[in-house]
Design a protein around this ligand. Structure first.
Ligand code: SF4
Length: 437
């Protein structure tokens, strides 16, 4: 299970997690002692391009999964020429991620600074911070932080907290926009994208909370400071969530470009011999452990080995576990978590989940692999959002990385690994186990 430990990087002084104490948020006074006051007011409101220029030069990219350049996103919202809306996305859809929860728990003011700075730069009249429902302690902490700021008269635009349904797809940006407009947390067809027509039909900046926290630090210290960590192509630090066969699972702040093996060593090393790393969460990719170990944590380097960074999730799969069984549980979870409004999610994903489960747990009788390939073709590229493609991407990756296992499951029978307790994290209500036949 994921724990919410704070373990800052050793090589670079922690930035986002500077001064962080596990389980206790920095109050406004301590936050300002640690980071200095945010440069709100005057300059940013009068010359919004200046902040956007600095963010562009910094090379900051979205930390929620897409990796889109933050400066470019700000500029496209500003170009909308209508009163903008800022939305900070702190609703972690990925069960394997704990970084946004941790950041909001220990450093809420850094995120709130980022929201306010972005709102000022865009001349926004409305600003929201979105989290998942069912997190009363987190909501208390964030509400307290907002109240502190209101008392200090800090934020030019009031920041409203919104709690969205706890579903995998409800944190997708078009689903958030739809929820804020109509109370329905389901994705919609894009385009138009939120920066063109978002909340109330207005240009809307939807950014992950970690991205906005970085923005708040860059506004204070500048682009050269941000680039002094990481690599020229992938500057700065990032939060990663480690789990699986690792000694100290939790959230770590690391420099971009740190090799994956080194990240695990910082977390105490491997608790068991790993066979593969799942990088990027449940829309991510299985990478053989030997290959992943030396791969630097950047989008480009992960892409070169067929992987993805996603929201910075790394899960180490021990050799004793069956990768196909682990994948089957996740594919079923993804099938159950769709918004159920497009054909590929209503019909295709459940069928794919069933076939993959048959392969993993019962053996394929020589036919299941072909059926899975056929279903992938029927599902891919046909949804309103990327949910079905994310699920088929994970299936493809499992069949490629564990091709030999898939062959024997299909031709003969399941391996002994299927009898081990599930390893990949799933929400409680999705934790059912499979019966052996
Ligand atoms: S593709 Fe699936 S998750 Fe996406 S909008 Fe359609 S039904 Fe919902």
């Amino acid at each position: 299970m994921i724990t919410r430990d704070v373990a800052p990087a050793r090589t670079t002084a922690p930035r986002l997690l500077a001064g962080a104490r596990p389980g206790r948020p920095l109050d406004l006074t301590t936050h300002q002692q640690v980071h200095g006051p945010a440069p709100l007011g005057g300059g940013v409101a009068e010359r919004p391009e200046r902040l956007i220029d600095v963010i562009e030069r910094s090379g900051l990219t979205g930390r929620g999964g897409s990796g889109f350049p933050t400066g470019r996103k700000l500029r496209s919202v500003l170009a909308g020429k209508r009163s903008a809306v800022v939305v900070a996305n702190g609703a972690e859809g990925e069960p394997g991620s704990a970084k946004d929860h941790l950041l909001l728990s220990v450093a809420p003011h850094l995120v709130l600074d980022g929201i306010s700075l972005a709102a000022q730069a865009l001349g926004a009249q409305d600003a929201y911070l979105v989290v998942h429902r069912g997190q009363p302690r987190l909501v208390d902490r964030v509400e307290q932080a907002i109240a502190e700021r209101e008392q200090a008269g800090l934020d030019p635009v009031a920041i409203r907290l919104a709690e969205i349904p706890r579903r995998y797809v409800s944190s997708e940006q078009s689903a958030i926009v739809q929820f804020l407009d109509r109370g329905v947390g389901k994705p919609t067809y894009a385009p138009p994208r939120p920066h063109e027509r978002g909340v109330g039909g207005r240009p809307t900046l939807v950014n992950n909370v970690e991205t906005l926290a970085h923005l708040a630090l860059i506004a204070r210290h500048g682009d050269a400071w941000f680039r002094s960590a990481g690599s020229p192509e992938a500057p700065g630090t990032t939060l990663v969530t480690l789990s699986g066969a690792v000694v100290r699972p939790g959230v770590y702040e690391i420099e971009m470009g740190t090799p994956i093996g080194e990240i695990f060593l910082r977390a105490g090393g491997m608790a068991e011999r790993p066979q593969a790393i799942l990088a990027g969460g449940y829309f991510g990719t299985w990478i053989p452990a030997d290959e992943a170990w030396y791969t630097p944590l950047t989008r480009a380097d992960l892409r070169a080995v067929g992987g993805s960074l996603g929201a910075g999730i790394l899960i180490a799969l021990p050799e004793r576990c069956c990768a196909l069984a682990e994948t089957a549980r996740v594919v079923r979870y993804l099938a159950e978590e769709s918004a159920g409004q497009c054909g590929p999610c209503v019909f295709g994903l459940p069928a794919l989940a069933e076939e993959f489960a048959a392969l993993a747990f019962n053996g394929g009788r020589g036919r299941t692999l072909a059926r899975i390939e056929q279903l992938i073709g029927l599902v891919e590229g046909r949804g309103a959002c990327k949910h079905p493609d994310g699920a088929t991407g994970l299936v493809r990756s499992a069949l490629k990385t564990f091709a030999e296992d898939a062959y024997w499951h299909n031709e003969d029978r399941p391996c002994d690994g299927v009898r081990h307790a599930p390893l990949l994290p799933l929400p409680e209500d999705h934790k059912r186990d499979w019966e052996f036949r």
